[in-house]
Design a protein around this ligand. Sequence first.
Ligand SMILES: Nc1ncnc2c1ncn2[C@@H]1O[C@H](COP(=O)(O)OP(=O)(O)OP(=O)(O)O)[C@@H](O)[C@H]1O
Ligand SMILES: [Mg+2]
Length: 252
Amino acid sequence: MKTYALYHLKGGVGKTTTCINLAYLAAEENYRTLVWDLDPQGSATYILNQPAALEGGIRQLLKLESAWEDVIKETTIPNLSLLPSDPRNRNMDLILDNLKHSKKRFDRVLHELKQHFDYVFLDCPPNLNVVAENIFQSVDFVLIPMIPTILSKHSLNQVYHFFETHEYDTRKLIPFFTLVDHRKKMHIDTIKDFQDAKQRMLNAIIPYSSMLERMSVERTAIFQFAPKSKPSLSYRKLWQELKCFRKPKPIL
Ligand SMILES: Nc1ncnc2c1ncn2[C@@H]1O[C@H](COP(=O)(O)OP(=O)(O)OP(=O)(O)O)[C@@H](O)[C@H]1O
Ligand SMILES: [Mg+2]
C-alpha cells in the first residue's frame, strides 16, 4: 500500500503523463490501483477517457457525506480506477480552508482509499496552497518530474525549502528527469551536475518523445499503443526503481 503524488511547482513538466503511465504499470502487475485527479484542469480524467465528476465528488468525500465507492469510476484498463477531477477543485483550497481539521480529513480519505487500493497516484496541480500541504502531509512519496535546465535546481530547492520550513518529511521527495533531449548540451550538463552533487533521485530518465504527446489523442497510457518504444521502456525502468523505495520511517 503506497501513495505517490506527482507534484511540481512548475506546470507542463510531465506530472499527468507520468501519473498515468506509472499507474498503468502498477495495474498491469495486478495491483488494485487508483489515479486521483486533483487538478481542476482534469487532464488525467480526460486521458483516462472519463467525464469529469458530477456535483459533489471529492467535496462530499472530504465532508464525509459520501462513500468512496460513490465517487470512483472504473477505467477500461483492468485494475485501474479513477477518482475524477471535479472542475470545482479550483476552490478546493477554500473548501479545505473552511473545513475544520482539514489535514485530518484529507488524511482520513486517503487512509480509507488505502484500505481498498494497493497503489494510489495523485495527479496534482502546480500550486503551493493548502491542497498541496494536505498532500505533502499525507502521501508516502512526492515524485517531482524535472526538465534538466539551469532553473530546475532552483525550483527543486524551492520545494525542499517549503518542506523544511513547514516541517514535512523531505525524505518523501523523489525527483527524476523527464522531457530530456540528449542533443541539448544544457540537458546533458544539468543531469551531470545533479549526478556529481549526488542528488537523491531516480536514475531512470524519461526522454523527450512525441509518442508521449499522443497519449491525449489515444486517451490511454503509452504501453497500449507503443509498448516497445523508448519512452515505454524508460517508464518501466522508472517504475522498477521506484517500487524499491521504502516508505520513510516516521521521525519520533
Ligand atoms: N517526455 C515527454 N516528451 C514529450 N512530450 C511530453 C513528455 N512528457 C509530457 N509531454 C507532453 O508535455 C505536455 C505536458 O505534459 P503533462 O500534461 O504531463 O504535464 P503536467 O506537469 O501535468 O502539466 P500541468 O502542470 O499543466 O498539469 C503534454 O502535452 C504532454 O503530452
Ligand atoms: Mg497535469
